[in-house]
Design a protein. Structure first.
Length: 254
């Protein structure tokens, strides 16, 4: 578990780059969260765990949620404080939430659940959720059905191995008795090539790869993509994989 935590904290070194380059989430995702949880975001007490620089936190707040951010990394937390000064922020991990029992209507993990140990993070979520509350986990996943994305993924695998885009679903590990509800939300964005490359470089595998090898890979990738997108604008295609579990009104917290 320590290795997973250290790798998660490796994002701290690129907090500003992460905030600028990483994709956000489409409005349809938050519509799906409301539908699957049966609860409006507006006015709900939401805890965004592994909030990072606040990409999801900001969008939740824009939907009217009363958001508290939880983030372990000092660099990420500092960036969140600067961009969202009005959002309460606590330093902590999903495996040991520094929050009171029953203090949340919804707990969200955007790109972060796979850094937790579900043997600890599931009971912690149920403890912090009030009766009838919900846990929502989601990941932006590149759409491998798009030929250029599949080719890029193969180049990444050759460079850094199978950890290039490990399947987020492997990190859920939710007990079947929680009856997870799932939804897939496709979307896309058009971005300058430099922003696309910055997004790639913000992934944790490149922190392990090292600066020289990363720079070399990105330069080759620039040439590959300019041949496909000569105007320098890349259309990134994603699907947000969403999982929601509900805490029944009669379910006692652990």
């Amino acid at each position: 578990m320590r290795g997973m935590t250290n790798r998660a904290l490796s994002f701290d070194a690129v907090a500003d780059q992460y905030d600028t380059a990483r994709p956000g989430y489409p409005p349809a995702l938050f519509d799906a969260v409301e539908e699957l949880t049966g609860r409006a975001l507006e006015g709900s007490r939401v805890v965004d765990v592994g909030a990072g620089t606040g990409i999801a936190t900001r969008l939740l707040r824009e939907r009217g949620a009363r958001v508290t951010a939880v983030e372990p990394g000092p660099g990420m937390a500092d960036r969140l404080r600067r961009s969202l000064p009005g959002v309460p922020l606590v330093r902590g991990l999903g495996d040991a939430l520094p929050l009171a029992d029953g203090s949340a209507d919804l707990i969200t993990y955007a790109q972060a659940w796979h850094w937790t140990d579900p043997r600890r993070s599931v009971p912690e979520a149920l403890r912090v959720l009030g009766p009838g509350g919900a846990l929502a986990l989601w990941w932006n996943v590149s759409d491998g059905g798009v030929p250029w994305i599949a080719a890029q993924d193969e180049r990444l695998r050759r460079q850094v191995g199978d950890g290039a885009h490990s399947a987020p679903g492997r990190g859920r590990n939710l007990p079947p008795e929680l009856a997870p509800r799932e939804r897939r939300v496709p979307w896309s964005r058009r971005v300058p090539l430099d922003l696309h490359l910055a997004n790639l470089a913000s992934h944790s595998v490149f922190r392990v790869l090292g600066e020289e090898a990363t720079a070399s890979f990105l330069e080759r990738e620039r040439a590959e993509l300019l041949a496909l997108f000569p105007d320098g604008t890349v259309e990134e295609a994603y699907a947000v994989e969403l999982t929601v579990v509900l805490r029944a009104p009669s379910t006692p917290a652990p």
